[in-house]
Design a protein around this ligand. Structure first.
Ligand SMILES: C[S@@+](CC[C@H](N)C(=O)[O-])C[C@H]1O[C@@H](n2cnc3c(N)ncnc32)[C@H](O)[C@@H]1O
Length: 333
């Protein structure tokens, strides 16, 4: 139990009154010393708190490597293709992609540079260990910088601190509780700020976002806390030892991206996305992993994939979007 962290949060509320939920999540996940992610406690995979596409095995990275190689071709096989990843955890996805590219697409591999944006030293150190074989390929700048290529993220946005529109976090004796907020709040400012930054730094190429959420018409506020593969009853349980995630509003992200000069080039679920890649680019080699990633009752329908782009001709569509329906209508636009 993270007693110091809990005390820090209580002290703030006692001194300053109810706080936005985004502030609470920021402490629980990213407090510099005690947060679930920032402390290095976060564990993903069988022995951890939850599974992601990456923890299913190397197949996910292999399929994505094929999609990135096709993007590189669409950009005219440029010799400084930068793949930016944020939320890279222990570097396993980066390694899966680099190994697949080296083996299956050596020309692409030669032109590829991998750039990880990682705010926490503890995770950067683990990424460097995982990526020891690829030292000359990978760089860790302090922040996003201008690039041509692709920005990739898997389950990054759902881990950003969000607000509830009408709730604040308060204390009832020693227990954390939600109370009504006197004013409506912007729920996903952190995600909107993030897309602003990505749009400002993408010179030419793509942004590929994999995550879970809703288009605007179906949107509802869903927050989940998870520890040791259990859904907790409330984000106020196991503070600092549990992951907290929120379903995202895809339409908000897409509209903000368009307002900042990106184009929406595709929106589909993971099932259709990966099926397109398999049908055009890769013959998968591990049937169990494939089933987990694709099956509609496993990960296939949980995740959606949004493709944004700047200054690239996208006819015909990329492999991952060949079976996608019209993005604008799916996003209720
Ligand atoms: C749910 S985990 C996903 C990890 C990995 N992508 C995967 O799929 O296994 C979310 C990750 O995003 C990171 N993260 C959250 N906000 C971030 C930000 N603004 N910049 C970089 N990483 C961030 C967290 O530290 C955490 O490692």
């Amino acid at each position: 139990m993270q007693t110091q962290l809990i005390q820090i949060i209580r002290d703030k509320i006692r001194a300053h009154g109810p706080q936005p939920f985004a502030w609470f999540i920021q402490q629980a996940l990213y407090h510099p010393a005690h947060g679930y992610y920032s402390s290095g406690r976060a564990r993903i995979g069988r022995d951890g708190d939850y599974f992601t596409n990456v923890s299913v095995g190397p197949l996910f990275g292999r399929l994505l490597a094929a999609q990135f190689a096709q993007m590189w071709k669409r950009l005219g096989k440029i010799d400084n293709f930068i793949l930016v990843e944020e939320g890279a955890h222990d570097g396993q996805f980066a390694r899966d992609v680099l190994e697949a590219a080296r083996r299956d697409a050596p020309d692409f591999f030669a032109d590829l540079r991998y750039r990880i944006i990682e705010p926490f030293r503890v995770w950067q150190d683990r990424q460097r260990q995982t990526l020891g074989d690829f030292q000359e390929k990978v760089e860790w700048p302090n922040e996003l910088a201008p690039f041509t290529g692709v920005h990739f993220s898997n389950e990054l946005l759902d881990a950003m601190p969000i607000n509830f529109r009408n709730k604040l976090v308060d204390l009832a004796s020693d227990q954390f509780v939600f109370v009504d907020s006197p004013a409506e709040q912007i729920t996903n400012q952190s995600q909107l700020d993030w897309i602003d930054k990505v749009a400002a730094n993408l010179q030419r190429g793509f942004v590929l976002i994999i995550d879970y959420g809703f288009a605007r018409n179906e949107f509802r506020e869903v927050v989940q806390a998870r520890a040791q593969h259990r859904h907790l009853d409330s984000p106020f349980e196991q503070i600092g030892d549990a992951d907290i995630t929120a379903h995202i509003n895809w339409t908000d992200i897409a509209e903000r991206a368009e307002a900042k000069g990106l184009r929406v080039a595709g929106f589909t679920d993971q099932h259709h996305f990966l099926t397109g890649i398999i049908s055009d680019l890769v013959a998968p080699d591990s049937p169990r992993a494939l089933q987990t990633l694709l099956h509609p009752e496993m990960l296939g329908r949980v995740f959606q994939v949004l493709l944004l782009n700047k200054d690239v001709d996208l006819a015909p569509p990329l492999a991952g979007f060949k079976f996608a329906r019209d993005a604008q209508s799916l996003l209720n636009r």
